[in-house]
Design a protein around this ligand. Structure first.
Ligand code: ATP
Ligand code: MG
Length: 377
């Protein structure tokens, strides 16, 4: 699925443009699993990407150009993702029609489902399947995606500013699901849920968290939240009055206190470093509890909207911020679901040239790899 798709020869490079980092994944198709031939991550200047929107296309373009100097990153065609609170993903039911007919009608059909004027949106859809109602009406299920035209135009500007060509735009959540659960929209072999169950994928970055729910092989719900790594850092900085960089280092060092540990009890012998760590952990625990409530609201919303799934059995956790110590255990307890650390290398092979850079960024690599996967399958 691509909001814009122009078709091309070589599979496009997966380009993930984030708040803190920009990443590129080069995949080659092969007879066995697709092979990651090159992978790189570079820094994004602060303020260039805010809430998933490119606000400074020139700064993003130069970060991308920098990335293209890294070994093996050399394709001209790229596929990027859109991910922000204004991207709409809705599963809708429509009277059955052929694909071509829907292509013409979608503009009119979509307006009922998206909160932005149709002329300001770029719309795409995928037909998931068709069915008969008890009253013998022929219906179909359609996954509708809409992004703000401005968002897409800023992405085009950044990519073209870097001397590259935008081959297609995907929804970042779909890319994350693809690299986490399997390579196609409809292929989730090992996670094949039994009826009544769904799985969630939660990717926690720096400025955004992407939540997706997959049921019967299809991502049926996505939500983007701004509760993520930067907020955790900010909370630590605020309680201890630290600079952002100091708070960032302390956050990573402290992590969350082990559940049930005595880590937060203040003791008479506590030195100043132990006190800082304890206060950071307390702040993180409060922030993570808010985060859990946010994820729970999203999952509950999904479960009340769908007639089929009654539970979310398993949560796949990814993203650099998922490395916060003990986060998985907190989520497991707070959401009453099994939490597994997801591995974006699970469904691909890795060439020796890509091994080191991707291993160093294993939790952050899911979007870039998933975007590239969309181009080779
Ligand atoms: N070991 C760790 N423990 C906790 N947090 C970590 C750890 N390593 C990195 N992080 C956090 O991960 C975040 C950066 O994530 P990432 O690089 O994936 O974001 P991004 O892709 O640039 O942003 P986004 O996708 O949200 O726009 C930072 O908040 C950083 O503090
Ligand atoms: Mg990211």
């Amino acid at each position: 699925m691509g909001l814009i798709s122009m078709g091309s020869g070589a599979p496009p490079v997966g380009l993930d443009i984030g708040t803190d980092h920009v990443r590129a994944a080069v995949l080659k198709s092969s007879s066995a699993a697709p092979t990651l031939a090159a992978y790189a991550r570079g820094d994004m200047p602060m303020g260039a990407v805010v809430d998933g929107e490119i606000v400074d296309p020139a700064a993003v373009a130069s970060a991308i150009r920098e990335l293209w100097r890294q070994p093996g990153i050399n394709g001209r065609d790229v596929v990027t993702g859109v991910s922000n609170q204004k991207v709409v993903v809705r599963l809708i039911d429509l009277p059955f029609m052929e694909r071509e007919e829907l292509q013409g009608a979608i503009q009119y059909q979509a307006q009922d489902y998206i909160p932005i004027p149709i002329e300001d949106a770029i719309i795409d859809f995928q037909i998931i399947g068709d069915y008969m109602t008890p009253g013998d009406e022929h219906m179909m299920e359609v996954l509708l995606v809409a992004a703000q035209r401005d968002t897409v135009e800023a992405t085009v500007a950044a990519v073209e500013g870097a001397g590259l060509r935008l081959a297609s735009i995907d929804v970042t959540s779909f890319a994350i699901v693809r690299s986490t659960l399997g390579s196609g929209l409809n292929v989730f072999s090992e996670d094949e849920e039994s009826p009544g169950e769904a799985v969630a994928v939660v990717h926690i970055g720096s400025g955004l968290t992407n939540i997706a729910v997959v049921e019967r092989g299809v991502p049926r719900f996505t939500r983007v939240s701004s509760l993520s790594g930067n907020q955790f850092t900010q909370a630590v900085g605020n309680v201890l009055n630290l600079t952002f960089d100091d708070a960032e280092r302390l956050k990573i060092r402290a992590g969350l206190p082990e559940i049930g540990s005595q880590a937060h009890a203040e003791t008479a012998t506590e030195d100043s470093d132990a006190r800082m760590v304890r206060e950071a952990q307390d702040a993180l625990e409060r922030e993570v509890n808010k985060f859990i409530a946010e994820v729970r609201r999203s999952l509950d919303y999904y479960l009340t909207q769908t007639a089929q799934a009654r539970t979310i059995r398993r949560i796949h956790l990814t993203g650099s911020s998922a490395q916060l110590a003990h986060l998985g255990t907190y989520l497991e307890k707070g959401l009453q679901a099994e939490v597994v650390m997801s591995d974006p290398l699970r469904f691909i092979q890795v060439a020796s040239s890509a091994r080191v850079p991707v291993e160093e960024d294993r939790m952050g690599a899911a979007p870039a790899i998933g975007l590239a996967l969309g181009g080779v399958i």
